[in-house]
Design a protein around this ligand. Structure first.
Ligand code: FRU
Length: 322
């Protein structure tokens, strides 16, 4: 009797387990077709130093377009609004959230070096885009060679001014590496020539600052041959100041970035005399992120190329800098 009871209850347990498992299958998520190897989702945290400048809006758009081709990637974008402290908090948040990878385009080198190192210590790979940090505690750096670009701009200027002239230099944020490197390359190229720097100022990459600085330069100097600005927005700000003073025709304007809707358009319109491309690296960052997330090795330093555009070549797509 007892044996029969044990057998019956075992049978009942097996049948109810079968019913339950069928029920679960019915009510659970339906498996996608061809789901033999379902894709893992990867979360990428992207900290952009600001979105007030069109070049940075373009960088985010390039990342978004490239990531959209890979459904396994989800990118969380954060805008640090040109505030270094905010950018530090954003990195800390990404570490707490345990994102799978971080992309950062840092505002300044020194203050963001430690927070990136802490993300690395937490086991999160970091791709640094466009502006460098101090040292090499990151997974991969992607950017063009700013010293080379500054040097090429300097050589173009020496040639355009036939070796001598009075120049205003509007530098990019000098606590950021592109600001320092473009300035160093430019100064190296004009050293020993008859180019004289009349006036220099740090316009921190911003068009309104450049315009203000240029107003001072115009007040102080009755003749200026050329303005070299570390980015096209700066060169455009200087142009606006010179135009308002009725002096834009007296001088040339040279910038860096060469966005199609800004620098290149301004060269075509005769506002700028030359611009040097600074690629955003957004698409390359997504390409490297995918490799890192799939456990592949990537180069520590990826150098992007640059092109020069002036009146003579802009309609043919510019020419690569050497
Ligand atoms: C935008 C920008 C660009 C420049 C880059 C350098 O913030 O100023 O114009 O090329 O940053 O990091």
């Amino acid at each position: 009797m007892r044996k029969k009871f044990v057998w019956l209850s075992t049978f009942a347990a097996v049948v109810s387990a079968m019913i339950l498992s069928i029920g679960c299958k019915r009510s659970g998520p339906s498996a996608p077709a061809n789901s033999a190897t379902p894709h893992k989702q990867f979360i990428i945290g992207m900290s952009q130093c600001n979105l007030g400048e069109p070049w940075r809006v373009q960088m985010n758009a390039d990342i978004r377009t490239a990531a959209a081709k890979h459904p396994e990637l989800k990118v969380i974008f954060k805008d640090a609004q040109n505030d270094t402290l905010k950018q530090i908090y954003q990195l800390e948040e990404f570490v707490q959230q345990k994102v799978n990878l971080i992309i950062i385009s840092p505002k300044e080198a020194q203050p963001l070096t430690g927070p990136v190192a802490r993300a690395m210590e937490a086991g999160i790979p970091v791709i640094v885009l466009d502006r460098r940090l101090l040292g090499t505690n990151y997974t991969c750096f992607i950017g063009a060679n700013n010293k080379k670009i500054g040097y090429a701009a300097g050589k173009w200027i020496v040639n355009a001014l036939q070796g001598k002239g009075q120049v205003v230099e509007l530098m990019g944020l000098m606590t950021s590496t592109p600001g320092q490197d473009r300035h160093a390359g430019f100064r190296e190229a004009i050293a020993g020539t008859g180019i004289q720097i009349l006036f220099e100022a740090d316009m921190q990459w911003l068009e309104p600052n450049a315009r203000m600085e240029m107003e001072s330069a115009l007040d102080r100097f009755s003749h200026i041959d050329l303005v070299f600005a570390a980015n096209d927005d700066g060169a455009h700000g200087a142009y606006l100041a010179a135009k308002a003073a009725g002096r834009a025709g007296e001088m040339k304007f040279v910038g860096i970035d060469a966005l199609p809707q800004e620098g290149i358009a301004w060269v075509k319109q005769g506002i700028l005399d030359a611009t040097f491309q600074y690629p955003t690296g957004g698409a390359e960052a997504v390409e490297m992120a995918l490799k890192i997330l799939h456990g592949e090795n990537v180069p520590k330093d990826i150098q992007l190329g640059s092109r020069m555009f002036d009146k003579a070549n802009v309609d043919q797509g510019g020419q690569p800098i050497q």
